[in-house]
Write a protein of this length. Structure first.
Length: 257
């Protein structure tokens, strides 16, 4: 199964682009779920969510709607004395796990997280602390693209997050590989000019994909779907609702619309 959605949904700059003018923020998820059957939640990176909050989010979507959620920064960026962060985070997921609404957790590590013995050991710790919760890892440094690392991910049953982004030397290239039953693709945009040089975080993701840029991913995504039980595809070029257009294009190209 392939599910296509966007990275985040509650953006003020989507008003009059995707959301009707005047739509209350509390109604955005319900409106979003009329068109898409999955979304990637990102606020969890900044604050550990409450189980009650996630339960309310599930109630605002129809049966079968699935969530992916980004791991808290205390799990990926602040990696010392953080066992309790994992406990609180996993506990908060209980409503989604109980009702089969959780697709997976996305652990996005920083560019400074290099392929070292200590960091490979931390991946083992990460897997142990997550328990049976399906988890996908997004590396942001090319050092992690190796046969040994992919073998380690398969051993730990951690998914590899495939990415489309500017092809700077240090960044992960646009490879498509399955290392667990969950496969995952994120489209960050290709804003070379603003990727490193920006004042606001959204500037990095200000990019509108052309069909010719997305089309080469279609056979890759279909192959990932054949090699896994669930494939998630998310557009993260969120500025001014460009992610919605990217997700719509991908659904058409994949024959899902």
């Amino acid at each position: 199964m392939i599910r296509v959605g966007t990275s985040g949904f509650s953006y003020r700059d989507w008003e009059q682009v995707f959301y009707p003018e005047g739509l209350p923020a509390r109604d955005r998820l319900s409106f979003y779920a009329r068109e898409f059957d999955t979304v990637e939640i990102n606020f969890s990176y900044y604050t550990i969510p409450k189980a009650s909050t996630l339960a309310v989010m599930a109630h605002k979507t129809p049966a079968g709607f699935t969530f992916a959620i980004k791991a808290n920064k205390g799990m990926t960026h602040e990696r010392e004395d953080n066992a309790q962060v994992f406990e609180r985070f996993v506990e908060a997921l209980s409503p989604w796990i109980r009702d089969s609404r959780l697709g997976c957790v996305l652990a996005q590590f920083p560019t400074s997280f290099h392929n070292t013995p200590a960091n490979r050991d931390y991946l083992r710790v990460f897997r142990e602390r997550m328990g049976p919760v399906p988890t996908v890892v997004e590396f942001r440094h090319r050092q992690w693209v190796s046969r040994d690392v992919l073998a380690l991910l398969r051993e730990l049953e951690l998914g590899f997050c495939c990415v489309d982004q500017p092809q700077f030397r240090a960044l992960v290239p646009p490879i498509a590989v399955a290392t667990s039953g969950i496969t995952y693709v994120r489209f960050h945009g290709r804003n070379y000019q603003k990727w490193w040089d920006h004042k606001e975080a959204w500037e990095r993701y200000d990019y509108s994909y052309k069909e010719s840029e997305l089309a080469p991913w279609v056979p890759k995504i279909k192959r990932l779907a054949e090699e896994s039980r669930q494939t998630f595809v998310y557009a993260n070029n969120h500025w001014q609702g460009q992610a919605v257009d990217t997700a719509r294009q991908l659904r058409l190209l994949l024959g899902l619309a």
